[in-house]
Design a protein around this ligand. Structure first.
Ligand SMILES: [Zn+2]
Ligand SMILES: [Zn+2]
Length: 225
């Protein structure tokens, strides 16, 4: 998208960013329907299976049991949508992300609790919002599953004065659990916008499992590759 197109898109809230049709959000229902569908597969080795289950051989390397994925990060509309959300079109953009995710959530257990994966805090301060939190709220409104803020991101404030070795530890364990009494016995579904290596989700899942979560799944809008 050129700069001019981008600026126009900011001031034309009622046109689909992909086909220009009139719509209430950023992607019209037709363009939501034609987003590339990720086949049911293990999110780690990408072996296609009948569900969205982590396969047995990957299961020993990850605490995450299932990952619901809306689409591919390579999809042009998905990338454009994420870009617009990050640069200010949060509300309408998050609604479109949820439109894409909803059809993939069949089978999500009723007892699931949605836990947004917090974005690094300096980026949230710059933007004024955390898109994972907004996305979790939108999915919550549509599915009736509650949102719980069980994770805090260890940001720069926590590293002030820390030595190099400590800082590395902080980056490795980039989350700490919150409300640990409520985490115990909970079926957690993490919510994040993009899945690349899976390292962030897996770190978050390990923290929650260690705090007593019985199962950790995840919902992501777009997966790279
Ligand atoms: Zn469209
Ligand atoms: Zn696998």
């Amino acid at each position: 998208m050129s700069l001019i197109e981008y600026i126009i898109s900011l001031y034309a809230p009622h046109n689909c960013i992909a086909c220009d049709a009139e719509t209430d959000t950023l992607l019209c229902p037709h363009c939501v329907d034609i987003l590339s569908v990720v086949p049911p597969r293990c999110y780690r080795c990408k072996t296609v299976n009948r569900g969205i289950k982590t396969c047995n051989s990957c299961r020993s390397n990850t605490p995450i049991s299932h990952v619901y994925v809306a689409t591919y990060y390579d999809d042009e509309s998905a990338r454009r949508l994420l870009h617009l959300v990050k640069y200010g079109r949060a509300r309408a953009g998050v609604q479109s992300m949820a439109d894409c995710i909803m059809p993939r959530l069949q089978g999500m257990p009723v007892e699931a609790v949605l836990v947004p994966v917090p974005t690094a805090s300096s980026r949230v301060r710059q933007r004024g919002f955390d898109q994972s939190v907004l996305l979790a709220r939108e999915i919550s409104a549509r599915t009736g599953r509650p949102v719980a803020h069980f994770l805090a991101r260890l940001g720069q404030a926590h590293q002030v004065g820390a030595g190099r070795a400590e800082r590395i530890t902080h980056l490795k364990g980039a989350f700490r659990p919150l409300h640990t009494r409520s985490i115990r016995g909970t079926y957690v579904v993490l919510v994040d916008d993009v899945l690349t290596t899976g390292a962030t989700l897996e770190t978050a899942a390990r923290v929650l499992k260690a705090a007593g979560a019985t199962q950790v799944d995840a919902i992501v809008f777009a997966q790279a590759g």
